[in-house]
Ligand binder design. Sequence first.
Ligand SMILES: [Ca+2]
Ligand SMILES: [Ca+2]
Length: 388
Amino acid sequence: MFEPKSAIAMRSLLIVAGATLGCTADGTEPTVGPVDVMIVTSTYGIPPDPDGYRVNLGGRSAELETTDTVAFEVTGGDYIVELADLAANCSVQGTNPRTVTLHPETSPYLLTFAVACFGAERLQDQIVFLSDRLQRFSNHLFVMDSDGSNVARLSMDLAGVADVSPDGRRIATASCGGLTTTISLMNADGSGRAPIANIASPSCEPSWAPDGLKIVFTVGFPDRALWTIGIDGFDQTRLTDEPGFYSGPDWSPDGTKIAFARIVGAVGGIQIFAMAADGSNLTQLTSIANGSATRPVWSPDGTKIAFTSDRDGNLEVYVMNTDGTDLTNLTNHPSDDYAAVWSWDGTMIAFTTTRDGNEEIYLMNVDGTGLVNLTTNPADDCCPAWSP
Ligand SMILES: [Ca+2]
Ligand SMILES: [Ca+2]
């Protein structure tokens, strides 16, 4: 009866004579005639219910996935609708069961049950990513195991690029768009999302310090600087003064340096730099002619930096030494390949690619071999963050 978790199935159950309550809520006779009722379930948080739910409507019932739609046809009248068979860690947001009055003129009638499932204390070798699979161009955070299994939605609301804390217990995300943006933290199970800063400027790309106490992120438009903030929201510090449209900061594993990309002069393109964590000792690492270098990420042992460059005509994932030497193209594909992250143990790299016609997250060995597609959803799936 159950489809794969990602499927949004539509099933139709014909209910010939619904067991109504007899009259409408205002005491009038029920309006006779068929009404199409669509029951929608929408779930976020982990761990999700392993075997889905059951909806009961007027004495009839149907099974649903955690994100699913089921259609009933009933006659007009009052009905009690209940979502049942929830796992102990899951709860319906809002009233359950509900009494609804169904009229033929309001057909089809849409009834949504939002469910939150909390309880996972930390992520463990899991990949958090952005996807617009719920609604085109609206990104939510999702999480999957590092083999692509057990996909679950993490954020109830819209989210931007995210990073997982070094202990796997919290997730930082930024709303990124708009003129006023929010840096927010949530628990690993998706609960407790709250802003630590509301910033009157576009801000994005949070990256945790290895001690878990600070976050570095980008702020500003049209120019963009690097700032740090304590996870309690205090100690907001601007690290960079020189203009340069800074992007993609990443803290070195020993906490002493931050790598990032910035514009170099008028014709130098976008290159990768590193500096001390207090903003001093700016050092340019790449000087790629006819191309850019962006999105640096340190390997867990601190000896390599993976990054994105278009120097071969399209975006590729590269790796180099931390002094900027020995650039190696890992992806070598005519589509765009970008936004790399290392696995916690440094043996794999996950990245985003458009090679299948939409954004997918792929996995490869650190030498570029052993490609695996982790996401196979027609929506865009991007920007992995790999938990310890
Ligand atoms: Ca490519
Ligand atoms: Ca996809």
